[in-house]
Write a protein that binds this ligand. Structure first.
Ligand code: F6R
Length: 363
């Protein structure tokens, strides 16, 4: 039931603090500030992690690539299932393959998993539906604990996937000797704090709704991000197009000069995912480049970023300060709210967008 909410999507966006708390508690120990071992999962001798999914699930995988790389020095290859399964993929000794799916029934993801299993690769399924086909056929299930997701546009399943992936990356970091006890504890403490931070992020809804009204009248919107914020920009663009039918593109901020900057014209909304992280100055220079060409820049940032961008971005949404692992969770909630409110202004069918099905069981 929707309770006080107008749509399931709105309800599911607001359930996220609880959902990510539940998922992190499943994988991590709040007394020891460590992640649990998972029987049958050993990253020590892994030579590579292959991650496959479709749509939003694939974007969660893309974000985690940055985590497995920097926390565990584990090489990650991410692909969308429909491409992976038909490109005659190369499997190497020591590969582990992870398949991400909310429904556990997505045809392409299932077939990609069958291909890996036939090649003798260990198959992990990160699924939200425990009795699904993908869960049944995988060698190991790593659950997300989002609960049933009704809105066709994925929200809480995505952040639940990110929470689980963050914990798996910490586990891989410990297994591979790249995180010491204190570093592991630091990451786990930040993940345990994420529900409280997301409550704060969701409190920005009023400001986001005001911006949504303005965006609703534009035919095109660009999203920019760098590093782990790049796949989040892709997810943000997908969310907006799915439910508001506005054309949206996500780009890596560093790619601007390689083509997309030609699109910038007076008033074009450019939404920049800009936490004050190690690459903030580079993101800031992208903001200056598009603003000087007339774009209406909406920066989603944190308090330190907001101070730096004062006068440079036309609009600023200030979220709480997160960490490498928690920023994508917080920023995801803001871009979801933005897409949601644009769609509400446009009067689209938010929970059942045209042409889309919740579960894609045929290719
Ligand atoms: C986007 C969305 C889709 C799904 C994709 C995979 O909001 O919902 O892109 O993420 O169809 O579905 P699952 O995760 O069920 O395999």
């Amino acid at each position: 039931e929707k309770g006080n909410h107008r749509h399931f999507m709105e309800k599911e966006i607001h359930e996220q603090p609880e959902v990510i708390g539940r998922t992190v508690s499943h994988y991590a120990d709040a007394f020891e500030n460590s992640v649990h071992e998972i029987a049958g999962l050993d990253f020590r001798s892994a030579s590579r992690l292959i991650i496959v999914g479709c749509g939003t699930a694939a974007y969660a995988g893309e974000i985690s690539r940055y985590w497995f790389g920097s926390l565990a020095r584990l090489a990650v290859e991410v692909d969308i299932a429909s491409e992976f399964r038909y490109r005659d993929p190369v499997f190497l000794p020591g590969d582990i393959a992870l398949f991400i799916s909310q429904s556990g029934e997505t045809a392409d993801t299932l077939e990609a998993m069958r291909l890996a299993a036939a090649a003798g690769v260990q198959t992990l399924a990160l699924v939200n539906t425990p009795h699904s086909t993908i869960a049944r056929e995988a060698s190991l299930v790593v659950p997300t604990l989002a609960g049933p997701e009704i809105g066709v546009a994925s929200t809480k399943a995505f952040t639940s996937q990110l929470s689980a992936l963050a914990c798996l990356a910490v586990l891989a970091g410990r297994h591979r000797g790249h995180l010491d006890r204190a570093q592991e504890a630091g990451h786990v403490v930040s993940l345990l704090a994420s529900p409280g931070l997301m409550v704060k992020a969701l409190e920005r809804e009023g400001e986001i709704e005001a911006l949504a009204q303005e965006i609703a009248s534009h035919p095109t919107v660009l999203y920019l991000g760098r590093n782990q914020n790049f796949p989040l920009a892709l997810e943000a663009a997908l969310k907006l197009k799915e439910i508001s039918y506005i054309h949206a593109e996500g780009y890596a901020a560093g790619e601007l000069k390689h083509g997309p900057i030609a699109l910038i014209e007076e008033g074009l909304p450019v939404i920049v995912i800009a936490p004050h992280d190690a690459l903030f100055d580079k993101t800031r220079s992208s903001i200056q480049q598009v603003a000087s060409r007339g774009a209406h820049v909406i920066a989603i940032t944190d308090p330190e970023g907001a101070r730096a961008l004062e006068g440079e971005a036309a609009s600023i949404i200030t979220l709480p300060k997160g960490s490498q692992l928690t920023n994508p969770l917080l920023f995801a909630s803001a871009v979801q709210l933005l897409a949601y409110h644009v769609a509400v202004y446009k009067g689209t069918d938010v929970d059942q967008p045209r042409n889309l099905a919740k579960s894609v069981t045929v290719e």
